[in-house]
Design a binder for this molecule. Sequence first.
Ligand code: FES
Ligand SMILES: [Fe+2]
Length: 340
Amino acid sequence: MKSQHQPLTEYPHGWFAVGYSADIKPGQVKKRRLFGHELVLFRTKSGKAALFDAYCPHLGAHLGHGGTVQGESIRCPFHGLCFGLDGECTSSPHDDNKMSLTKWELIEHGGFLFTYFDLNNNAKSWELPLWDDSSYSNLKSGCEVMRGHPQDVLENNVDFSHLGALHGFEFLPTNVQISETGPTFNIVAALERRGNLFARKRIRATYKIFLQGLGISYTDVEVPEQKLKLRLFGMVTPVDPGIIELRLAVQVHQIAEPQRIHPFLRLLPKRWVETLILHQAHRAFVSDASEDFPIWQNKAYIPSPGSLQSNGSILRYRQWAQQFYRHHPERSALVSGIFT
Ligand code: FES
Ligand SMILES: [Fe+2]
């Protein structure tokens, strides 16, 4: 009999990262493909970033291919129409200024650029949550494009039983507390594992995980013994049905006592310590996550998982995730054929 199992493909609605702030400098134009749309991202000379539909309303040139920034506008390479930050045509060689480009919401926060996406063009149902990053370093960042779906990637945060089997953790999380409010899902847990920053001895850390919709997640990791605080970001953005961009980034909180992490570190200037920790932490984060990549890229969505002990948290997460679809995701999996 033919298998009915399919991957998730429907685009959830919500806030999604469309890039890092550092991706786009004043005067730069970049093409982006997100949610099955061709888009253009640019930053004006004064530093304001904007995201528009890529195709010029005049005769359809792609502004990501040859578009240029002119002051506070983007100029189409084909016939020279310019569009300002509101998408309106600001100048035309033919005195026809009535055309406009569709503007996408764009908010810059914490080193990321975010947009709100809804398949049905419904108004946004919540504001982008702004987290406090005032005592944190710059981001150490990366981006991968792969097969996958945001819901599956973020489900990893509540799938405790895979930590041993896939990642080789010796202990499962303890003191797990889960709560959800509207588009926010929180998980707090304690975890003991072998340290992967300089010292290989066992460390105990607390994890506070924040999911904001199905596109934004970050984890505040605290290792009290080392007085070390890290923030790990996992931002997932649909590119096309079943294809995602995954941004894994790390920030480190100001380090007060580097010698508690490793005695050798007290000899180095604080800035170097911060950079070293940032690179090590990012490498460890990407290494952990990359063990999940082949699973995410090739899995099917099983609407009714069996009765493994940790499935309670997974089912709770899936229940919460339903609010981000027009349809129930179980149904979405069945109708995914219409998006492919
Ligand atoms: S296609 Fe852009 S100005 Fe003509
Ligand atoms: Fe994982």
